[in-house]
Design a protein around this ligand. Structure first.
Ligand code: GLC
Length: 489
């Protein structure tokens, strides 16, 4: 066979394979509906069963946050936030009029804390405490006698036992420090602060980043305190679509069956409270893979590459930490099938290294409309040292768009489920609702919010429900939200 005809056959095979992959990644509207019903079931099951003892349902962690801020809160509070990439220390002034001022110190978490298996929790929390000390020396040098209330945003699953205590269930987003699992993370940090003679900084609240995002959105939303005047819209969900994904909402305390009956009684009948914020930890929706669409690439990612196989499978199809990795795994597979990058016997080092292909690269490819996809060519060259031909780039762009669309369609599922479960779309006249979001994917990935909205209209809430949803980017949730948590502690 001539070289030309062999080349043509390969080209056709690549196109066919690309179509197959795109089809596998496509989520139809009936699947969105099925996933939404199963999500509601998983929420209900999670509200009935203890997180650590049951594998059924979602974690649905009670946060002990009982009220939504309305923007009139006032005070100066400290906050710190351990995310997947950075540690931030802030002091937040809440002005009581929906506005705030924030001073902050942001530090990139040194890679050894993420990559080195021998690092201990004492070392990690010691590092965090030293950063807090640097902040205090800079902004509150004379504050040794004052008591500073601090909210701690900790964006990993914890079994929360009160507003200010919670034990780590497991790490996500890359950390592997095993001896921290099962320990109270507030105590771990407070011990290290005390060692540095910073006992006057008191961690009074533990707050997941979704909860911080939600509270900070409520504080900022002018609608929080104006529902009686014109009934505009009501904040109902806080969520993150960034390195990881997660969401929270206010649940009726009476429905949180896993809380001890006496506690529920005390909250409802003695304290007159009706709702508690629930951190769903939706990243671990359907870890048993009953309904979640799964491709062979998802299995490779989970089993062979991720540090927590079998957990957070929903997150592994949605969040920024994984979208680039899914593409990388597909490209490596197509190379092994001799359909891509045929000039290489051995692939360039970066393409064969897990997590080297970042979701940011996908965001450039997603919207590339340059002649011959030159932008894509440059991006792949710069980020992976990977030369490509036009036909390869056309296929890569189709796959990129399928990966991001699947992510956004799946992201709509928990939103639709919570809107339905809380009946908030029917709660009041015209029932308009607000969703406060944070995270690089929802904020920066081109077209993500439109795709998510489209999927909401295909979900059981339909186009009528979708029109009532207002999506806001709630920045600084981890600072302002944690400060709001600390204020009520
Ligand atoms: C992961 C964590 C969760 C966090 C989310 C977003 O899913 O388990 O606690 O809220 O990432 O950062």
């Amino acid at each position: 066979m001539s070289f030309e005809s062999l080349h043509r056959i390969k080209q056709e095979e690549l196109q066919k394979k690309t179509e197959e992959i795109v089809k596998e990644l496509t989520i139809e509207s009936d699947e969105i509906c099925k996933l939404t019903s199963y999500f509601i079931e998983s929420m209900e099951s999670g509200l009935d069963h203890q997180t650590s003892t049951s594998s059924k349902g979602l974690p649905m962690i009670p946060t002990f946050v009982l009220d939504k801020p309305n923007g009139t809160e006032k005070g100066v509070l400290m906050a710190c936030d351990l995310g997947g990439t950075n540690f931030r220390v802030c002091s937040v002034t809440l002005n009581g009029d929906h506005t705030f001022e924030l001073k902050q110190l942001k530090t990139k978490i040194p890679l050894e804390y993420l990559e080195d298996d021998t690092v201990t929790s004492e070392e990690l929390f010691g590092f965090l405490a030293r950063r807090i000390k640097v902040f205090m020396n800079k902004y509150h040098p004379d504050g040794a006698k004052e008591i500073f209330k601090m909210g701690f945003t900790f964006s990993y699953p914890v079994d929360q036992t009160s507003l200010s205590a919670g034990t780590l269930i497991r790490w996500t987003k890359g950390f592997k420090i095993n001896d921290a699992v099962g320990k109270d993370v507030v105590q771990l940090l407070q011990d290290q602060l005390n060692k540095l003679e910073l006992a006057n900084v008191k961690i009074v609240a533990l707050c997941n980043d979704t909860v911080g995002t939600f509270l900070s959105h409520c504080y900022r939303s002018v609608n929080s305190d104006s529902l009686t005047v014109g009934e505009i819209s009501e904040p109902v969900i806080g969520c993150i679509f960034g390195t990881g994904t997660n969401g929270c909402y206010m649940e009726e305390i009476a429905n949180i069956k896993k809380l001890p009956a006496e506690l529920r009684d005390d909250l409802i009948n003695k304290q007159g409270k009706r709702y508690m914020c629930i951190n769903t930890e939706w990243g671990s929706f359907d870890n048993e893979l009953k309904v979640l669409p799964t491709t062979k690439y998802d299995i490779i990612l989970d089993q062979k590459i991720s540090p927590n196989p079998g957990f957070h499978l929903f997150e592994k199809r949605i969040s920024g930490m994984f979208l680039g990795e899914i593409l990388r795994i597909i490209l490596v597979d197509l190379h092994q099938q001799e359909l891509l990058f045929q000039q290489f016997k051995v692939l360039p080092h970066r393409l064969s290294t897990p997590f080297e292909l970042s979701t940011e690269v996908l965001s450039h490819i997603e919207i590339d409309d340059s002649t011959d996809l030159r932008e894509t060519e440059l991006n792949l060259l710069q980020s992976l040292r990977l030369p490509t031909n036009l036909q390869e780039r056309v296929c890569i762009q189709k796959i990129v768009r399928a990966i991001s669309r699947r992510s956004a369609y799946l992201a709509a599922v928990p939103l639709a489920a919570i809107l339905i479960k809380t009946k908030c779309l029917n709660r009041r006249y015209h029932g308009e609702v607000e969703i406060g979001c944070d995270g690089s994917v929802v904020e920066f990935y081109p077209g993500y919010r439109s795709m998510l909205r489209h999927a909401l209209s295909l979900s059981p809430i339909g186009p009528d429900g979708e029109r009532k949803v207002h999506i806001f980017i709630a920045k600084d949730g981890s600072g302002v939200g944690a400060a709001l948590c600390a204020l009520v502690a």
